[in-house]
Design a protein around this ligand. Structure first.
Ligand code: HAM
Length: 432
């Protein structure tokens, strides 16, 4: 009996035309990473389970209940990566990147896995695009990462983004804060939710993250971390904010923003999008000063972010004109206006022109048929320009360049036409 299957719970197929949107988004973010000098790292999909225990933190939700962990046939304990920062830091240590000129700027793009309850915007296999800046210097690195993040989203059409920002302080600030939270919550422990009672034992900071209605009132009145910051943490945070103002990056202070991973120190941030429902964080990130050390490397300043691609695609503003983006990436169509002219050596003039363009670095494909069909073809492959070559053009050593959408026409001497095409692509092409 045949059996029908469905994609596993919490996973999904990305089909055309949505897959085209994903490709366009990926091309756009790669372009922005180029602009900021970030280069790609591809780490394994699975890692030693201990990497995440150490890196992300044993008492986080991710490690506690969301990991896809398994033993392979020889009993190695492995986990499908729930996030990418720990892997990047593992690679930084493993490949002694500390010995290269610092800082190291890396980006990644790929699937991550968390055993969460699926809902709108939340999947078990999801995709992140993220960046990590390692071996940099404090506030300056934070600001560089935030500028990159805002640019990535701006290039996708997000205009007035606001960065939600907070500091979780350095270790010393956190130790002070922790004891102040204990002083505050212990006397009222009976009023806390069960989850928060448990968190009080392990990590009282995490109580502030509680979604339980029972806890909200107490959380409202809890001491604030800003009041426990060391001087250096305070100065760090103030420097970040001052630089953001200089760069005219809009931000909103979110004193209650604590992230769900343990490695953060000092600056943390998120960007949310309205219209995404309860899972509204498009991205999150922050600085981590101890993670590389925790993984056996030297003390290294790190800061980074990750954007959830499912949520990013779902919140793309109309300003990110996918169709136009596609046209900026498409080739030149080389076509004959009428009969295909043949050179003296018997080779089609179209083939010669197409190959000449490619050797000049311009994408080109040939087309044949009546003019209407050529326009139809150009549109179907998102080709922005058509270079027509007819008897007359050959005789005059000209080319007629036409815009595939407006049909606007320019007849230019062949050399000039090729220069025109090159200029056009240089200016418009958003492609690596
Ligand atoms: P995160 O906040 O856990 O941070 O994840 C970043 C983003 O990934 C979220 O804002 C969300 O858009 C997306 N995301 C997370 N879980 C899911 C899910 N189950 N389904 C769909 N989307 C999801 C990190 O992962 C850190 N590694 C970020 C970072 C990099 N910090 C420093 N460097």
């Amino acid at each position: 009996v045949p059996q029908r299957f469905q994609a596993p719970k919490g996973t999904r197929d990305i089909l055309p035309p949505e897959s085209g949107t994903w490709a366009a988004v990926e091309a756009s973010v790669r372009n922005t990473f180029d602009l900021y000098g970030f280069r790609e790292i591809r780490t394994p999909i699975f890692e030693d389970t201990d990497l995440f225990l150490r890196g992300v933190g044993a008492d986080t939700d991710i490690v506690g209940k969301e990991m896809y962990s398994f033993e392979d046939r020889s009993g190695r304990k492995l986990t499908l990566r729930p996030e990418n920062t720990a892997s990047v830091c593992r690679a930084y240590v493993e490949h002694a990147m500390r010995n290269l000129p610092q800082p190291i700027r890396l980006f990644y793009l790929g699937p991550q896995f968390r055993y969460e309850r699926p809902q709108k915007g939340r999947f078990r296999q999801f995709h992140q695009v993220g960046a990590e800046l390692l071996g940099g210097r404090g506030a300056e690195s934070d600001v560089e990462i935030l500028l990159l993040l805002v640019a990535l989203l701006r290039d996708l059409g997000h205009a007035d983004l606001k960065v939600l920002i907070n500091t979780v302080g350095d270790e010393e600030s956190r130790a002070t804060y922790r004891s102040r939270l204990l002083d505050y919550f212990c006397p009222v422990v009976e009023k806390l939710s069960d989850e928060s009672k448990r968190r009080l034992q392990i990590n009282p900071l995490r109580i502030l993250d509680s979604k339980s209605a029972v806890d909200q009132e107490l959380i409202e009145g809890a001491p604030r971390l800003v009041d426990s910051l060391t001087t250096s943490s305070r100065e760090h945070f103030e420097a970040v904010l001052a630089h953001l103002r200089s760069f005219k990056i809009q931000y909103q202070l979110e004193p209650r923003l604590v992230r769900g991973l343990d490695y953060y120190t000092n600056t943390v941030f998120e960007i949310t999008s309205e219209g995404l429902g309860s899972q509204n964080a498009i991205c999150g990130g922050g600085a981590y000063e101890k993670l590389v050390e925790e993984l056996g490397g030297p003390r290294t300043y790190g800061v980074g972010f990750a954007i959830g691609l499912e949520r990013l695609v779902a919140s793309l503003p109309a300003a990110f004109d996918i169709e136009n983006f596609e046209f900026l990436r498409g080739p030149v169509v080389v076509a004959a206006a009428g009969r295909i002219p043949t050179a003296e050596d018997g080779v089609s003039e179209l083939s010669k022109l197409a190959e000449e363009l490619r050797r000049e670095g311009l994408p080109a494909v040939e087309a044949s048929g009546k003019q209407d069909r050529v326009f139809e073809f150009a549109k179907s492959i998102s080709a922005p320009l058509i270079a027509f070559l007819g008897e007359e053009e050959i005789r005059n050593r000209d080319l007629s360049v036409r815009d595939s959408r407006s049909k606007e026409k320019k007849t230019l001497p062949r050399d000039e036409a090729i220069r025109y095409l090159k200029d056009w692509f240089y200016k418009n092409r958003k492609r690596r």
